[in-house]
Design a protein around this ligand. Sequence first.
Ligand SMILES: C[S@@+](CC[C@H](N)C(=O)[O-])C[C@H]1O[C@@H](n2cnc3c(N)ncnc32)[C@H](O)[C@@H]1O
Length: 421
Amino acid sequence: MLREIAGRRAGDLHGSCVIAGAVALEETPANLGEPDLAHRLSLTSECGPLPSCRLGRLNTVNFTTGPRYDGYADWYDANIGPYAEAAGQELLDLLGSGPGRCLDLACGTGINLRRLTDAGWTVTGVDLSADQLRLARKRAPSGVELLQADATALPFADASFDAIACSLLHTDVTDFAAVCREAARVLKPGGHFAYVGIHPCFVGPFARNPPGQPPELHPGYRDTSWTTEGFSDGIRRRAGARHVPLAELLTAFIDAGLRLVRVTEATDEEYPMRIGVLAAAEPSPGTTARRIRPIVIGVALRDDRILAVEGYDPIKGERFYRSPGGGLEFGETSAEALRREFREELDAKITEIGYLGALENVFTFDGEPGLEIVVVHRVTLAGDARFGADTVTGAESDGSDFTACWLPLAEVRSGAERLYP
Ligand SMILES: C[S@@+](CC[C@H](N)C(=O)[O-])C[C@H]1O[C@@H](n2cnc3c(N)ncnc32)[C@H](O)[C@@H]1O
């Protein structure tokens, strides 16, 4: 039935479809194989009964995830450039600037390499196709590392990258969910995965995009088999494509454990031709990942000493002290949180409390950047024999012990000891 409808639709289009003939289209710059592009480039000659005018799955083929772009790299680079540049700009708008290590996933001929390095990222590019990488090597700014690798089995350790940038890949793989799982694995907690691809609702084998008019949708939205047809001519006729419906695309990020931060339909057309997704790797418990943490601390003084908890940064090899306290929980005031923290961790009762102020603590601990908004209270503790001693043992919420002591303020003033907020 579908074949019949598609065939009839193809017939309907003969003589009226506004798309260049196959040969002319191959020679045309910036045709990604998406119909809207052909139109945007003013390819207005009438065409005959070309396979490229058909909609549906008249020519379904079996593709593997092999390097299907081998042999097409020069063509891709010469013809897809402007489209990929536009997608690359949207990608950078989503991702933002470095510093940090950024993976350009399926980097192709390297169209995004300079954009990413200029934005402050230290870039590693991977692609399955040696031919695409041949051109990427010519284009790569110095310092960029390029590797031939499969996006579904990356040769990197867990948590190797601060960011991942990827454009125009989801229609090129059988299992985009596997790509997202690998992305989540190699991203550091708190790192971002920015993706821009063709919009699944309006671009695909089931859609035509007449210039200046709303897209025409036809049967086939849920058909996800590989095809060389229906995305018009260009790269798709050569390398094939697999349409990924919107729900499958977004669910791939979510099922990989990534948090959707933003979804964009960034092109300025009435109907978006590309979709952008910014997803974040969730921080694992106990890590100081890139997030802002509201905390409260209590300044307890005895003579000319301050109650302080000892800490150690193994990367800096540095001992430091902080006033006791902890994170605010939802629904708590800072005073309530401080009373709870002193009770839970030091088994101590606060008898008096007074607000001193708030400050921002921007720091690096254990090699990870951190940012805390710190509410500071002056506290007086109930008479507890333990607080007469020079050191007090407390218990963290994870059960581990910590030591608090009455630190002489003179040592902080002289710089002999570090006291952080
Ligand atoms: C449409 S091109 C996009 C290239 C580049 N991101 C750009 O925007 O120009 C798709 C790229 O994905 C690569 N590719 C396809 N399957 C892949 C896989 N499993 N792993 C890595 N790269 C893959 C292809 O070789 C090709 O270079």
